[in-house]
Every structure is written in structure tokens, then in C-alpha cells.
Design a protein around this ligand. Sequence first.
Ligand code: BGC
Length: 572
Amino acid sequence: MDAMTSTTTSAFAPSAAENSDERRPGSEWWRTAVIYQIYPRSFADASGDGIGDIPGITARLDDLVSLGVDAVWLSPFYRSPQNDAGYDVADYCDVDPLFGTLADVDEMLAEAHGRGIRVIVDLVPNHSSDRHVWFQEALAAGPGSAERARYMFRDGRGEDGELPPNNWESVFGGPAWTRVTEADGRPGQWYLHLFDSSQPDFDWSNPVVQEEFRRILRFWLDRGVDGFRVDVAHGLVKSDGLPDHLPAVDADSMGGGDEDVPYWGQEGVHEIYRDWNRVLAEYGGDRALCAEAWLPTVDKTALWVRPDEMHQAFNFPYLMTAWDAAAIREVISESLRAFPAVGAPATWVLSNHDVVRHASRLALTAENPQGHGIGPDSPGQPIPDVGLRRARAATTVMLALPGSAYVYQGEELGLPEVIDLPDDARQDPTWFRTAHERYGRDGCRVPIPWDADAPAYGFSPTGASWLPQPADWAPLARSAQEGDADSTLWLYRSLLATRRSTGLGAGTLEWLDGYGEDVLAFRVQAEGGAVTVIANVGTEPVALPAATVLVASEPFEGGLLPVDTAVWLATD
Ligand code: BGC
């Protein structure tokens, strides 16, 4: 029944002895950590203005300790006009008053570290806000100036420069170029923005830009952060001469498919990360760089984590894999081959602030490219009641895999995507730049419910919430799940506690045969024992071997594993 078919070894998996010295290569914390993504504006609002903040995070750290995570990653809290929810940074070294102060961040860091939780912050190097002082200076200084050379200003094509310099399109929809009005009132140059027009791209060939980001890294490293999640890490360098993107039709996704896109994955980005790797190495304590690089394959993603570059890269090919046993098995095998081959841990992620939450996405019946979102009129609405079961099973599989895993706030509550947000509540620039054709990402960003009986489900003391929360979320609130051993919250707690006690996250994975093609079955030999994982991705119950159930994604009786369910079994 459980004959071994293939073995995938995480060559750099640490032994307990190695773990005793965190600086020894191969034993760094980020190789096996479970990292919880906090999206600050939607996590916990202490001030009562309806937008989550840093003091709100500090006040909730004990909940993250009881959940059992090792680290948190915070999406941006820097000074920003918030046109793209903070991914439009006006000052990289200050905190937006919406979220608090630098002193609040220092306190949050100290409180997190005091509880053994590491803190990764977001770095947004591809572009700034148009309110950044550099961009304001660039507008004022005019063509040919050193101020403009920090961004991607170009003359337009056409007789009077009235056409954009090339045909690139913004990820959020519409053209990637905007024309400025010069000081004399005449239409002037164009600037590049791969995202919103309020997010001008830096020119990374300029040493001044390079030096500024070294300064920003050191500013936060000096404050004690444990690393950086690097936004759009595949986009900083653009192809020489800024050639048209051919074919011109597929520029709306972050991955760019298999084609060569002149602004994604250019060779020059790697030199930047080698440089940053050296900056982090000046500091102790295993600081980490994690690449947000939407690349079509695991092999391409692994180029970002070669030994002298970043430490982790999000495994988006895994995230984008449908609920299909063969496809999941393939991406896991490829990941456990490709990442360790360059000395990096595999990483795993199912949800974040840019994609449809996996409690809905895994039951979608049509493709949904990253960032497009779903709304009431989208094709392929999720099959009712199926999404959460699949999400719980998928997480049960993910948290057993060798490597580091990311969990997005609210998935431990089983939150679905909010599909029916009122149109006038939506705030994602995608919604506006596509004339409401794409709903965008607001549905996965709704403030999370803490207390079933409190205003705004305990998200804010006043009941204010920057996006409306669904009226039926009381049963999903943390308080409602506390007393229910079958809740999603308790499933996550059990998975994380068992992961810790058995040493999962490291170890060696072998696939097990004989369960049928709709079943994922593998054994992980970890430091604290062996665990067999079986996930029923098919349509019929699956007979389980006799073994102690450590954790199950759904309650079940007898030896038959129900559909859309996964278990961890103790194994000799
Ligand atoms: C972030 C998005 C953001 C974009 C532009 C991303 O990939 O995760 O939320 O809109 O970069 O900064």
C-alpha cells in the first residue's frame, strides 16, 4: 500500500544539533519557519479610525503566540498617500500616522522579539509614491536633470512626443506611461509606472537609487527587523532601450507567462540582490530577504535564491496550482528539487493580500489570474461549501512540507473571499484602472473578525472598518472558534503545534504509492518522528492504513478518509 516511489530530500534540512547554533549555514530560522502575514490596515485597529495600526498589532501578539507561528511579515506601514494601500511609499523611513509612529514600531518589535516572534517588513524598491520628495523634485527639475534620472522619464514618440515611449501596460490596467506637464505649462516627458500612475518606477541603473536603498535597508536593520519581503522583486531592471513588449496583449499579469517580458526577470536584478545580501550579512542573527517574484515556473523562481542572493522566494507556482492531485504533486516535487538545488529552502504559500483567498479560490470553476479578484458578476463562482473543506485540506498538506510556509491573516479563521462588496466600497486601483472590469483585491483584504459580539467583530473599538465586513461573519470570529475543537482556528493550532513537536518543516519527503491518482500521499521523515500525510483530492472516500491520527482537516470516523480531507498519521 505504501511502497516508496520517489524520494525528495531537503539537502539543507537542519538537524537538532545544527539548530543549536543559528548562524551555522543550513540551520537558519527562515529555512523552516511559519511566517504569518499581517496586512496592517485590516488586522487590528487600536485607534478606532477603522484602519488597523501598529499598536493594534502589538496588542494581539499573544494571539499569534497561541496560534504557534514563528515570525510575522508586515505589509507596508510607511508614509504613503495610500493609493495602493501603502505600496506607494512617500517616505521609506517613517511610519504613516494612520498606522502609528516609529516608537510604536520599536515597541512592537521589542514585544514580538520578547515572545520569540521574528519580524519581517516590506520593502518596495520598484517604485515610490508620486508624493515622494524625489519625484516631486524630478517634476520640478525638468528633462535631463539628475532629479529625473532617479526615475524612468523618457521623451514620447510621435511628432510632438504625444505617444508613450513604448507599448507597455500597467499591471493594474491601462498604459504604463503617464505624460507630465512641464514647468512652462506644456505637455512634456513621460514617466514609467508598471503599477498605478501614482507609483513611478525608479531607475535602478542609477547608483544614487542603489545607495538610497542600502541606506533604507540599514535604517530598518538597525532598528532590529529580521528581514525584508521584497515587493515586485522581478521588476526592478528593465530591458535596455525599453523595447515594446511583443505580443502586446498579455501584459496584465505579474508573471508574464513563458514569454520574454522586457520588464520582468531581467538578468540585472540579481546583482542588486547580491549587493543586498552583503548588506544583510553585515548584521548578525540570520536576517532574511524574501522575493515577491511572480515567475511562471519553480525553476525560474529558484534563480532569486541562489546562495549569494535572496534567502527565500514565494512559491507562486504552488499557490496558483488548482485542486488537482497530479498537479499538486508535480509542483511539490519540482519545488523540493529546484530550491534545495541552489541551497535554499522550498517555500509554500496559499493566500496573500493580492489573490482570492484559498477558502474560495480552491472552489472556483474558472481561472482567476493573480490580482483580478472576483465579484458578483465574475464567471466561475466558487462551488458553495466546498472551498473551506479544500482550504483546510490544502493547508494540512502545506504545513507538513519541508521548507518555510506563509500564512495570511484570517486564513486561520477560514475566511472566504468577500465577493459582494458594494461597488462604492472598493478601493483597489485595479478596479478603477480597468473601468470596473476587474474587481481587484479588496475581497481578500476585509478587516478580520476577532470578537463575534463586538462592533466590527472586535476589529476596532468604534465599529469602524475601512471595508465593510459581511453580516454573517460572527461564527468565523476568533472568539466564536475558541471553544470549538473542530474549528479552523483549532486546526491551524494543532497543525502548528504538531509541526513543531515532530520537527516538520525540515526532513525528507517520500511519495507513497497505491492510494490512487486522486490522492496525495507522502511520508516526511523529520527529527521528531515520521509523519504520513494523505489528502483525498478525489470524489470517493479513501481507505487509510491503521495508524494514529495526529491531525485531520475534518472530523471523520472509521478508516475512510472523506473527500476533500487530509490527515497526518503517526508513522513508524
Ligand atoms: C504587492 C501589491 C502591490 C504591487 C505594487 C505587489 O506585488 O503585493 O499589493 O499592489 O506589488 O507595489
